[in-house]
Design a protein. Sequence first.
Length: 369
Amino acid sequence: PPLDNIINLHDFENVAKIVLPEKAWAYYSSASDDEITIRENRMAYQRVWWRPRILRDVSSVDWSTTILGQKSTLPVYISATALGKLGHPDGELCLTRAAANHGVIQMIATLASCSFDDIIDAAAPGQVFFLQLYVNRDREITRKYVQHAEKRGVKGLFITVDAPQLGRREKDMRMKHVDDDAGAEVQKGQDGVKKDQGVARAISSFIDPSLSWKDIPWFKSITKMPIILKGIGSAEDAVLAYEAGVQGIVLSNHGGRQLDTARSGIEVLVEVVTALRLRGYFPDPKFEIYVDGGVRRASDVLKAIALGAKAVGVGRPFLYAFCAYGQEGVEKAIQIFRDEFEMNMRLLGARTIDEVVPDMVDASSLKSH
Ligand code: FNR
């Protein structure tokens, strides 16, 4: 279907399912075990209801914000998704070019198909990037990678902490024998490839399962970039992260791809904010909370913001957008978000992101633990 027929983010998924090779669809769309968490990621947002405010002169509304002090035209960043070339020959560069045109921040995946330098070389002047880090068993490789990223201007280091081992994504595992270039290219410098268990497992065997809280000071010693822990799922770990002195956390279950029946980010947000507030850790402008997983509408984003998130990560919708339509698809996805932010903020009675407050949601279905 022509791009003009796309009217919401779900549409990209439906098109991607048709146009993608079977193996790419299996890798991108799969989630772990019984795929309960990936479903819950959508459903949790549907249990949160609005309490809108009226008569507030919403003739002009502004949904721009900052993320880690960096300007962003949307309270949304493009989250890291690996192996973009399985779905489009230009891979992650589709995201980079679209993000440049619209002032959106892209998080580059350790396992991106395009090399880190190819992505940075394609950047517009001043374009902002974050880096998603899988920590290598060989810390020298990780140190060099991180320091190179910092030198090339990356503004935030998102260390993935929910993947000491990759989840069993059974749809993906049924596609044995990795023989594609997209997978081969990312392996440069990351040793230990197994080729018989689906794409995800094949490319991830270098990840260090011994990673622990004791390693955080080391990361702080090798970089001045803000450090964010991606993949927090409980208030206890949010408190430990704050006390470890990192600059932020992503409440995430990896798009349902890791621990199945882990709760959704929006559900975890409520208990995290409660626990941090209790200790005087929230609000703190030097510690930002992000949420990802299942965000398909500006309304979802605004709910997370109302409940205390600074911004929200979006994975599959941008991925599917470029698989189906390349860079143009990603630009369209961003445009859809913009239109939805305008409408939702008007109907909600919030002129700026700061005016999206807890009283605007009925989150009584989300327990605070
Ligand atoms: C991911 N995600 C991910 N996260 C990460 O830290 N490192 C990675 O390499 C990847 N790779 C990856 C590949 C694919 C195909 C998907 C769908 C996801 C997780 C991603 O950053 C984010 O947490 C989720 O995608 C958010 O959920 P939604 O927006 O996809 O529902």
